[in-house]
Design a protein around this ligand. Sequence first.
Ligand code: ADP
Length: 507
Amino acid sequence: MKYLIGLDIGTSSTKAIAFDLLGNIISKSNIGYPILNPKPSWSEQNPDEMLVAVINSIRTVIDENDNKGNELLGVSFSAAMHGIIAVNEKGEKLTDCIIWADTRSTQVSESIKNSEIGHEIYMRTGTPIHPMSPLCKITWMRDNMKEVFKNTSKFISIKEYVFFKLFGKYVVDYSIASATGLFDIYDLAWNKNSLEVAGINKDKLSLPVPPTQIFKGMNKKYAELMGIDVDTAFVIGASDGCLANLGANAIKPGDAAVTIGTSGAIRIIAEKPKNDESERIFSYILTEDHFVLGGPVNNGGIIFRWFRDNFSQIERATAESLGIDTYELLTKEASKVPAGANGLIFLPYLLGERAPHWDANSKGVFFGINITHKREHFLRALLEGVIFGVYSVGKALEETTGNIDTIYATGGFVRSELWVQMLSDVFNKKVVVAESYESSCLGAVVIGMKAIGLINNIEEVEKLVPIAQTFTPNIKNHEVYMKTFEIYERLYLKLKDEFVSIGLLQK
Ligand code: ADP
């Protein structure tokens, strides 16, 4: 059997998944690594640990398939966006990988955003000016890590780090580049204004290449470690967010993908970028002809995990004794109360928020509590609040790009029918859940298939994604949700300043 590997270098782990040419998963390997927090606002990962995870996860899948006599046609890459590593002339790391969650450059980001050139940079690069973006991180390093900045030969992402080790070249796909705040998504070249702000020239960055670019002739040492031929086709691929849309088959006009894993996002694919004058939405590149437009939320499934970990000791013990998942038990509890949680509203901004407000100071709120509210109301309000967060971005996206008809849901939340039904009811749209939710790896494989000529266009992904379940909206619930959502939206605006005040009292 012929197969390709989709490899996703994610935040919690690196996944290598072998797919046959019909899109079926034939084997997989997953190797995790920690997020390092040397200071409260810093989030870093060790790129060498991630490189080892890439090699070992590929090795595991190769060994399994070699044993079955299967033939590898290529490996295609997905990776997390926004990470940055400073390396010296020898390619040695001067910093760990500063990842998307790192907020050390908050002040730098605010000053770039409010500068004369801020809006223009956003409009040309498609990346909201925010501490997640490499533009702000490099600018921060210039001012706060002067020695490192001076000795840096290149600023690169984790995928570039891996490709440099394997092929000795600094290359970045247009997709990862398009999420740096440094890349002109119209000209497909590094953006002059961004470079000026960061105080670097383009020699400090990699050569941008199309996501379908194939690399062969890898360093023998790594080929041996992976158990593959040096001339195996390595396709550079794209970013995890963009590939998740492709792998979920959310690619036609009117389709959107909603991912709720640890964080969350809603995105659509369009032929052209379209930046929002209010700077709420990103435009990232999937291929030269496909742009992914949307917005990310920090407060996705992590909110449910927070509730489980801090307020559910009894349920955890019960779930363990029944041999079921604690989330399942908690979801059942939430389903005891009707839509709208009897007027209890939850603002989920426990981690501040990115889209649509891009406000790192915002906080979580339960609003409208009365004497009849029980634990199950709080739980239901919490799940609804996460969906309202995504809905609020969805509305901004529809205003910018046109109507959404169908939502393709991915991420850990699809394990809960109640939560997916809420998504359908709040949006008043059909929601489709695919059989596998390894969508970034499948998306990478589709780019790989296009690169090596197995398919003519990436729209052929439709044949590779089996649908497991479809949810249709309940109009009565939708009406309740819309009344609740109006208050939800006003609450944020009314509390905006108070979030800053309360933040001063928190450590
Ligand atoms: P990652 O972001 O690391 O890829 P996942 O996509 O696996 O994570 O999502 C994890 C989240 O999915 C959890 O934080 C939780 O909110 C949600 N989740 C996991 N299992 C369930 C379940 N059975 N019911 C509801 N939500 C779930």
